[in-house]
Design a binder for this molecule. Structure first.
Ligand code: SAM
Length: 275
C-alpha cells in the first residue's frame, strides 16, 4: 500500500463523546496509516465505521506486554502507525507512555495530533480560576489513599483537576468537604454529549444535589485553589476535630499541617486542647 505519510508514530486524539469533534487531520491520518494501535478494537472500529473507512486495528491496551510493543515499534520503523485511545487524548490517563518513550529512544519519528481532552474541557467550562491548574489523574479508589492524595494537594495554590467515576463521586465530595473545607468544587459531567452538565458549589451542596439526582456517565472533578488568606481558626479546628476522630493528636496535627501549610507544633498544641 502506498502512503503519503512518513513512517513513525502518530498520536491521534479522538472525540470524548461528540463525534463532530474529530479533526480533519485526525481523519486523514487514521485513513492513511498502515495500522491504528487502539485500546479496544470494537470502540475504535465504531469510530472508523462512522468515518467511513476501515484501517487495520491492532490492540494496544494497559495489559500490552513487551512483545506487543516490540511488534508495533518494528512496524512504525517502516510504516506510519497511529495510536488512539477509546476517547480523548492518548496517554492522558490512558495507555501509550512506554510506547512513546521507547519509540523516541529508538529515533522513530513521533508526532501528536491535538484534539479533545476531558480535563481541559472541564477546566474551560467550570468557571474556576484557570491561570494555573494541576491535573492529577484519577483520585484513588480506596479511602485512605484518596485522603492522602487530597491532603498532599490541598496546599497547592492552583485549581486541581481529577478524573472521577459516578459511583465514587459521593465519597470524593465527602472527603473534599472534610479535608479542604471552604473550597469551591465543580462537577463537569458527560462533556460534549447530549446531557452535558457542569455544576459548581461547595462539596456539601454538590453532595446534597447528587444524593437527589444520582449522577450518571463520565465526570471531571475540579477543586478551586485555596483562598489567599490563611485558613481561619474555625476551619482549622474543624479539620483537627475530624482528624482527631481517627488519629492521635500528633498525627492529626501533621496531616492538617500538610493540608494547610500551617505550623505543625502550633497545630499539635491546639489538637491537645481540642482533644
Ligand atoms: N484520555 C482521555 C482524555 O483525554 O480525556 C481520558 C481517559 S480516562 C481513562 C477516562 C476518564 O476521563 C473518565 O473516567 C472521565 O473522568 C473523563 N472523561 C472522559 N470523557 C469524558 C466526558 N465526555 N465527560 C466528562 N469526563 C470525561
Amino acid at each position: 500500500m502506498e502512503h503519503s505519510l512518513d513512517p513513525g508514530l502518530y498520536i491521534v486524539a479522538t472525540p470524548i463523546g461528540n463525534l463532530g469533534d474529530i479533526t480533519r487531520r485526525a481523519v486523514e491520518v487514521l485513513q492513511q496509516v498502515e495500522a491504528v494501535a487502539c485500546e479496544d478494537t470494537r470502540v475504535t472500529g465504531k469510530l472508523m465505521h462512522h468515518l467511513g473507512f476501515k484501517t487495520r486495528l491492532i490492540r494496544y491496551d494497559d495489559h500490552a506486554g513487551e512483545g506487543d510493543r516490540e511488534r508495533l515499534l518494528a512496524l512504525m520503523q517502516e510504516h506510519p502507525v497511529a495510536l488512539v485511545s477509546d476517547a480523548g487524548t492518548p496517554l492522558i490517563s490512558d495507555p501509550g507512555y512506554r510506547l512513546v518513550r521507547e519509540a523516541r529512544a529508538r529515533g522513530i519519528a513521533v508526532t501528536s495530533l491535538p484534539g479533545p481532552n476531558a480535563a481541559v474541557v472541564g477546566m474551560t467550562l467550570s468557571g474556576l480560576p484557570n491561570d494555573r491548574f494541576l491535573f492529577a489523574g484519577f483520585l484513588p479508589n480506596k479511602a485512605k489513599a484518596r485522603e492522602d492524595v487530597l491532603l498532599e494537594l490541598a496546599p497547592v495554590r492552583t485549581t486541581l483537576i481529577f478524573y472521577e467515576t459516578a459511583p465514587r463521586l459521593d465519597a470524593s465530595l465527602a472527603a473534599i468537604g472534610a479535608l479542604m473545607p471552604g473550597r469551591e468544587v465543580s462537577v463537569a459531567r458527560e462533556l460534549t454529549k447530549k446531557f452535558e452538565e457542569c455544576r459548581t458549589g461547595s462539596p456539601e451542596e454538590l453532595a446534597a444535589y447528587y444524593a437527589q439526582h444520582p449522577p450518571k456517565g463520565e465526570i471531571v472533578l475540579l477543586i478551586a485553589p485555596p483562598a489567599d488568606k490563611p485558613v481561619d481558626a474555625l476551619d482549622v479546628d474543624a479539620l483537627l476535630r475530624s482528624e482527631l476522630e481517627v488519629s492521635k493528636a500528633s498525627q492529626a496535627a501533621a496531616k492538617v499541617a500538610r493540608a494547610t501549610g500551617l505550623d505543625r507544633k502550633t497545630l499539635y498544641a491546639r489538637a491537645l486542647e481540642l482533644r
